[in-house]
Design a protein around this ligand. Structure first.
Ligand SMILES: [Mn+2]
Length: 434
């Protein structure tokens, strides 16, 4: 698999890296200095939209150390992503989004009580330039000082979208502790994040107290699916300033073995990428990807997953910049994205009234079924679903109709009623994201 350098926008002089923040560079995938996605390594931030940096800290982990090598692993795995236009976006994000690799945060690992403030200072310097941050851990503790700096810049409380196997809200009354399991306990207590407008996704470890944050556990995501997960996340955070943190252990160990505290039963890479790609309506202030520990990895699985998640976060930020350039609101922009990228969930963005219309029409159809128009064959169910979506002009609902009518076909009336009640109580409102 290779791409012709001539198809890319930078020179093919053989220089190790483009000196410009725009365009895609000519290095072979396996060669050159490994900045993230071949972005220029610089601390010159004038005109830069997004600053990538690493925070190689792993002193706060409760089990396996090793995430100090995470930033390097994510950068190495990202080389493949700088070869082609990213999927499914189909555009070179660096034509519009100016991204640089700042290198790594320096802190004194032998003087632990200085580390938190060293990370705050690192973030403060970058945020002062006006750029957004995309940061690589390091263990998850780094998100705590990053939240402090972001709240200082953008106002508190922020909303938090948090992907993880762990809630990281275990009680901790020691303000200076270095603990990668208590950051969000501290963040809620300090008012850095608003639990009512924050959400945790992929959780599958027990915690008696989630501090009021809405939890979409891993089993919940598996049961309800990616589309419902996306809609629920968007409805919770609305248009409030939001920080997104992705602990790679949100993924199942099959997809991310190289991490400090792996837990079976997690999300697949495919689920996570679909969710991240649909975050364009979020008022995103900054993001991180943490807990990649390459010593426990196999065949770079974990680094690849993290690099892809990070690349998609950049593409989300690029889409947001493109929308802003067109003077569009995020909802209007999202409609356009839906048409452009069929991979984006077809029914996200439908207003509540559409759901209610669907529910009413479905009830009418079911009444006809009860009156004897359907005699119980699977073929009839499929035909009915097709005619239903045609009659009601709801082409994006064919899967939902099929699924709902299947409940009746299989005699599961209780589940059918549950689905109807869900349509009545659909949480997503377009007004939330405008
Ligand atoms: Mn975790």
């Amino acid at each position: 698999m290779s791409a012709s350098p001539t198809s890319l926008s930078s020179s093919s002089s053989g220089a190790p890296k483009s000196s410009a923040a725009s365009g895609m560079p000519p290095d072979a995938t396996y060669a050159g200095i490994m900045s993230f996605m071949r972005r220029p390594q610089t601390r010159e931030l004038a005109g830069v939209d997004v600053v990538v940096s690493g925070i190689p800290l792993d002193l706060a982990t409760t089990f396996r150390p090793g995430s100090r090598f995470g930033p390097a692993a994510i950068r190495a795995a990202s080389a493949q992503l700088s070869e082609l236009k990213p999927f499914p976006w189909g555009v070179d994000p660096f034509e519009t989004l100016k991204v640089v690799d700042y290198g790594d945060c320096w802190f004194d690992a032998h003087n632990p009580l200085t580390i938190r403030d060293a990370i705050v200072a690192h973030a403060r310097t970058i945020l002062a330039s006006g750029a957004r941050m995309l940061t690589f851990g390091g263990d998850h503790y780094i998100t705590y000082p990053l939240l402090r700096a972001h709240a200082e810049k953008y106002g508190k409380p922020l909303s938090l979208i948090h992907f993880d196997a762990h809630t990281d809200t275990w009680p901790d009354e020691q303000p200076d502790s270095l603990n990668h399991g208590t950051m969000f306990y501290k963040a809620v207590r300090e008012g850095l994040i608003d639990p009512a407008r924050s959400v945790q996704v992929g959780i599958r470890t027990w915690n008696d107290d989630t501090m009021g944050i809405k939890v979409l556990s891993a089993p919940w995501v598996h049961q309800h699916g990616v589309e419902r997960t996306i809609e629920t996340i968007l409805s919770i955070v609305g248009d409030s300033p939001t920080y997104l943190t992705f602990d790679i252990d949100c993924l199942d160990p099959a997809f991310a073995p190289g991490t400090g505290t792996p837990v079976p039963g997690g999300l697949t890479s495919a689920q996570a990428l679909e969710i991240i790609r649909s975050m364009t309506p979020v008022n995103l202030m900054g993001a991180d990807v943490v807990e990649v520990a390459p010593a426990y990895d196999h065949a770079e699985i974990t680094g690849l997953a993290a690099a892809h998640i990070a690349a998609d976060l950049l593409c989300v930020m690029n889409e947001q910049k493109l929308a802003k350039g067109r003077g569009q609101g995020v909802a209007e922009h999202f409609e356009r994205s839906r048409q452009r990228y069929p991979a984006i969930r077809p029914s996200v963005g439908e207003p509540n009234t559409f759901r209610l219309k669907y529910r009413e029409a479905l009830i009418q159809t079911v009444q006809e079924v009860i009156r004897g128009k359907l005699h119980g064959s699977r073929h009839e169910v499929e035909a009915l679903a097709q005619s239903f979506v045609a009659a009601h002009d709801m082409p994006s609902f064919v899967d939902a109709v099929q699924s709902d009518l299947d409940c009746l076909y299989l005699g599961n009336v209780a589940r059918f009623r549950l689905r109807l009640s869900e349509y009545e109580d659909w949480p997503f409102k377009r007004s939330n994201i405008q």
